[in-house]
Design a protein around this ligand. Structure first.
Ligand SMILES: Nc1ncnc2c1ncn2[C@@H]1O[C@H](COP(=O)(O)OP(=O)(O)OP(=O)(O)O)[C@@H](O)[C@H]1O
Length: 184
């Protein structure tokens, strides 16, 4: 069994750069680290249930957006029975000392990781002004941007670090901030 030493949770609004920062961070941390996505088992199980091609759901293509609403709704139903269901499934793939979770969306996700990994957990919020998110392809969508999956962490206050990904600092400088803060 792998000895997980750190679990870095990455949170932020759509198109703030969660994937971008997670991937850069993982590259900097090297081969003792990996990215885990909570959305992966959600998509995998939903694809099994609906026969929608998993590859399409995992890519950044139009189908991802088309099905997002239905998938969110279905995921909520499962989570109401077991809030850690998808976090636990996602962590089945964790085989590295440092695990970066690139898509934390709910207080219940944080609760799961804190209960399971205690002080190994570091929580990062990425912020970004709307104009820049729009430039990166974001458009407000009713049923996506105004529901729990997108808003539950808006009033969370216990971030270990908040970084602004607003084109002032480049990606590498943001990674420096994270590495320094957590002494990685
Ligand atoms: N600092 C940055 N420099 C250059 N490009 C960036 C930066 N941050 C984000 N991007 C680009 O902006 C786009 C959106 O970023 P990304 O996919 O990481 O957002 P996200 O928060 O994971 O979005 P979603 O919640 O929709 O999955 C991507 O094309 C990404 O490469």
């Amino acid at each position: 069994m792998v000895n997980i030493k750190r679990v870095i949770l990455i949170s932020g609004k759509r198109k703030c750069g969660k994937d971008y920062i997670s991937e850069k961070l993982q590259k900097r941390l090297g081969e003792t680290s990996q990215i885990v996505r909570i959305s992966e088992p959600i998509k995998r199980e939903w694809s099994k249930k609906t026969n929608v091609d998993l590859k399409e759901l995992l890519s950044d293509g139009p189908l991802k957006e088309e099905y997002r609403k239905d998938m969110i709704k279905w995921g909520e139903e499962i989570r109401q029975m077991d809030y850690g269901y998808f976090c636990k499934l996602a962590m089945d793939k964790a085989i590295s000392e440092t695990v970066v979770i690139s898509d934390i969306r709910r207080k219940s996700d944080i609760k799961y990781f804190k209960e399971r990994y205690h002080d190994k957990v570091l929580i990062v919020r990425i912020t970004c002004p709307e104009e820049i998110r729009i430039k990166r392809g974001w458009m407000y969508r009713h049923g996506i941007d105004d529901v729990e999956s997108e808003c539950d962490l808006d009033d969370y206050e216990h971030w270990d670090l908040t970084v602004e990904n607003n084109e002032q600092l480049d990606g590498d400088e943001i990674i420096n901030l994270i590495m320094n803060k957590f002494e990685l």
